[in-house]
Design a protein around this ligand. Structure first.
Ligand SMILES: Cc1ncc(COP(=O)(O)O)c(C=O)c1O
Length: 453
């Protein structure tokens, strides 16, 4: 078998046997990655691509990071897996302690799962059970409040609190009912409401919903600061803080889903910290292991945790668990990821990168077919329009953003737009030169696609 035939076979097998997530397989054009280094992915043909979407929002310190690689190898020599049901591994214990020390105030009990959806399921079930088991039980609090266009995962519970019709609409008969609040998208403010009034406007929409339903609400779940899957919808500053105040006022727990925005993405380790907010449960995944291995965490306050304590016969246990929850290899990767944050001063280096990305975005925003530029931390997003005065989108079937991504791919940058929304969300480790390359490639591709097609 020649190297060439192996490559051809791989592409063929990929198309025929690998059913890819969120991918229309009838149109799939294989892209098979053979290795990766830093912020670059290398395909089976040896072509390099800058990882402009952090391998779906999870890579933090770059691929093939020597420190994280070594931590996994060292752990492999000790134990690859042991259960967290009734026992645990020393590495996982150390990770739980480290996370409890790092998480804001009182968030000190860490439940490990293997993916983001499960971390949200755990938070939902724990909130539901909490109200039944706490000292003054309120068993009528069984419902959840979530935002329009929310995305919290693809399992039935996490999809129920999700609100993106394109993803979850077909499953509607399987999902439980949720109380829904309007999308706090500053681009959809009514005429006459200024950007400074945006948070107040959306909080004023939220409060009557809480007032009407709080007796039945167990928790509100929110993606702090940025609803990524909704199309990088960036909440107005102050909204999260106001949500925390309102949920406290109405005695509704707050679950912060930081699966996409945690781990430094918005400029602070946790997005909640940016608004000085302490949720009742914090969900982490994706970048939690640096983007290396599947592991998620639901970090919960003592007040909730204590409602689960009692004798075995009381039946107060959290009856939820996953075989690989707390996996030691993943725990080693997560611990090393946190250590690299300190060793490489990742957060301290972010402001310069955020500013550089912002400058590129400002330049791109002057393009006649670019509108709605927006940024939060190391995420920038924009829309394409045939008419900048109306900001109307191109016809959806033209798939302009998808064409832009194909164009950048041909020039060594991998992006994955969300419908018509183009965004850049690179690993936090990206260098200044790589940021320049990423954004200039994106600009040229926008120019090509808006002029050529
Ligand atoms: C905010 C948010 N929550 C939950 C999830 C689901 O995580 P996972 O794909 O690991 O199940 C995602 C995934 O993109 C997400 O962005």
């Amino acid at each position: 078998m020649t190297a060439e035939s192996t490559r051809a076979e791989l592409l063929d097998w990929d198309r025929r046997h690998h059913w890819h997530a969120f991918t229309q397989m009838a149109e799939y054009e294989p892209l098979v990655i053979a290795r990766a280094e830093g912020c670059r992915l290398v395909d089976v043909d040896g072509r390099e691509y800058l990882d402009g979407a952090s391998s779906m929002w999870c890579n933090v310190h770059g691929h093939h990071h020597p420190r994280i690689d070594a931590a996994i190898r060292t752990q492999l020599d000790r134990v690859a897996h042991c259960t967290s049901l009734g026992m645990g591994c020393d590495t996982t214990v150390r990770l739980a302690k480290r996370l409890a020390d790092l998480a804001p105030d009182n968030l000190e009990h860490v439940f490990f799962s293997s993916d983001g959806s499960s971390a949200v399921e755990v938070a939902l079930k724990a909130a539901f059970q909490y109200w039944r088991q706490r000292e003054n039980p309120r068993p009528e609090k069984t419902e959840f409040l979530a935002l329009a266009e929310a995305y919290h995962g693809d399992t039935i519970g996490s999809a129920s609190v999700g609100g993106i019709a394109r993803f979850q609409g077909i499953f509607a008969p399987l999902l439980f009912d949720v109380v829904r609040a309007p999308l706090p998208d500053p681009r959809r403010l009514p005429a006459g409401t200024s950007a400074e009034q945006a948070a107040r406007h959306f909080l004023d929409e939220l409060e009557p919903i809480l007032a009407a339903h709080h007796q039945e609400l167990a928790a509100m779940v929110i993606e702090p600061q940025v609803q990524c899957a909704a199309g990088m919808v960036m909440h107005p500053p102050g909204y999260l803080r106001g949500v925390r105040e309102l949920t406290r006022k109405y005695d509704v727990l707050l679950i912060a889903d930081e699966i996409a925005v945690g781990m430094g993405r918005t400029g602070t380790m946790f997005a909640c910290e940016g608004e000085d907010v302490v949720p009742d449960s914090l969900c982490l995944a994706k970048g939690f292991t640096g983007g290396y291995l599947p592991m998620s965490a639901t970090v919960t306050r003592g007040q909730i945790y204590r409602a689960f304590l009692g004798r075995w016969s009381d039946g107060r246990t959290l009856y939820h668990g996953h075989t690989y929850g707390g996996n030691p290899l993943a725990a080693a990767a997560a611990l090393a990821t946190l250590e690299v944050f300190d060793e490489e001063q990742t957060l301290e280096k972010l402001p310069a990168k955020i500013a550089q990305l912002g400058e590129h975005l400002c330049r791109l925003a002057t393009h006649p077919h670019v509108c709605q530029p927006r940024q939060r931390g190391l995420i920038v997003a924009l829309e394409l329009t045939p008419d900048k005065t109306t900001e109307a989108p191109y016809p959806a079937d033209e798939r302009r953003a998808w064409h832009v991504a194909r164009e950048t791919l041909a020039h060594g940058v991998w992006l994955r737009p969300l419908g018509d929304t183009l965004y850049v969300m690179p690993p936090l480790a990206i260098t200044a030169d790589e940021l320049d390359q990423l954004m200039t490639t994106l600009s040229s591709a926008v120019e090509t696609v808006t002029c050529k097609y």
